[in-house]
Design a protein around this ligand. Structure first.
Ligand SMILES: NC(=O)c1ccc[n+]([C@@H]2O[C@H](COP(=O)([O-])OP(=O)(O)OC[C@H]3O[C@@H](n4cnc5c(N)ncnc54)[C@H](OP(=O)(O)O)[C@@H]3O)[C@@H](O)[C@H]2O)c1
Length: 264
């Protein structure tokens, strides 16, 4: 077999890539990365207008016409219909980035049972969407790569002193969710490997948005081996790697981009 060049391995030309929560802080950079690598990108939001605007602004080197679409991964009854509507316009989805996330600010001191359960439902949404992609791939005989956004907080606890006096503690339900997302990844990867559907997680470390409490950000820097926070651009290479043939022998794994946070 002729050896493929690195350029070819990372090329997403001919691939349709769906990313949820594409208008978020990290979703925007990852959507641009998929587009710059040549893919056709389906950018979803819970608001159609926002999704369409994002699709219009995305680079389109191969003139593939990116698509903006509505999708709420917590609306379990609607998901199959929304996915079907998208697929009718694009054909088979080859790459799914489960990135969208419904937040809950409450920490272990005051979160209610209902709020905790609702947080965990983000994983249900990731699973249901992944299953739709798997089913479509098998039916159409195509390969797929599914990427789940995990977190360093799916692997380690937050330092109890990191947020004290500045913000609520990092959410206990969020930690439970992201730990579960990493295990969901391994489970689906094992079951779907023989169907040529790969499933991996991408776990960012601290990437606070500009709107985050700056005193908290300064304190968090002190906990990071690199003494700085991540910039969304620093996830672009990782998402294209997982989406593309460059990672063709990788499934069930967690790629951590955290400035060394979980190394200590
Ligand atoms: N930023 C970090 O430091 C960090 C660290 C580790 C992991 N992560 C993970 O990375 C992902 C992106 O984080 P981010 O910081 O970019 O968050 P963000 O800016 O809040 O973006 C999340 C997006 O998710 C969408 N969303 C909310 N509820 C949804 C639902 N029910 N269904 C589908 N989409 C929904 C929202 O878009 P619409 O309002 O347009 O629907 C929102 O823009 C998340 O999974 C997060 O847990 C982030």
């Amino acid at each position: 077999m002729k050896e493929k060049t690195v350029e070819k391995l990372f090329d997403l030309k001919g691939k349709t890539c769906l990313i949820t929560g594409a208008g978020g802080y990290l979703g925007g950079a990852m959507a641009r990365a998929l587009a710059e690598a040549g893919g056709r990108v389906v950018l979803t939001s819970r608001e159609l207008g926002r999704a369409e605007e994002m699709a219009r602004r995305l680079p389109d080197p191969n003139e593939v016409n990116h698509l903006g679409a509505v999708l709420d991964h917590m609306d379990f009854d609607e998901l199959p219909k929304r996915f079907q509507a998208i697929s009718e316009q694009t054909g088979c989805i080859n790459v799914l980035v489960n990135n969208g996330h419904e937040h809950c600010p409450n920490d272990w001191t005051d979160i209610s049972g209902e709020q905790f359960t609702r947080m965990l439902a983000n994983a249900s949404g990731y699973f249901l969407l992944s299953r739709l992609v798997h089913e479509q791939s098998v039916d159409s005989g195509q390969t797929a790569s599914i990427i789940m956004l995990g977190s360093m907080y799916g692997q380690v606890s937050s330092y109890p002193d990191a947020y004290k006096g500045l913000a609520p503690a990092s959410s206990v339900a969020y930690h439970t969710l992201k730990g579960g997302v990493l295990q969901l990844t391994r489970h689906l990867a094992a079951y779907w490997a023989q169907d040529a559907v790969r499933v991996n997680s991408l776990s960012p470390g601290p990437f606070p948005a500009e709107s985050a409490n700056q005193d908290m950000v300064e304190r968090l820097k002190g906990y990071s081996p690199m003494r700085r926070m991540g910039h969304p651009t620093e996830l672009k290479g990782a998402v294209v790697f997982l989406a593309s043939e460059a990672s063709s022998y990788m499934t069930g794994q967690n790629l951590v981009v955290d400035g060394g946070w979980t190394a200590v």
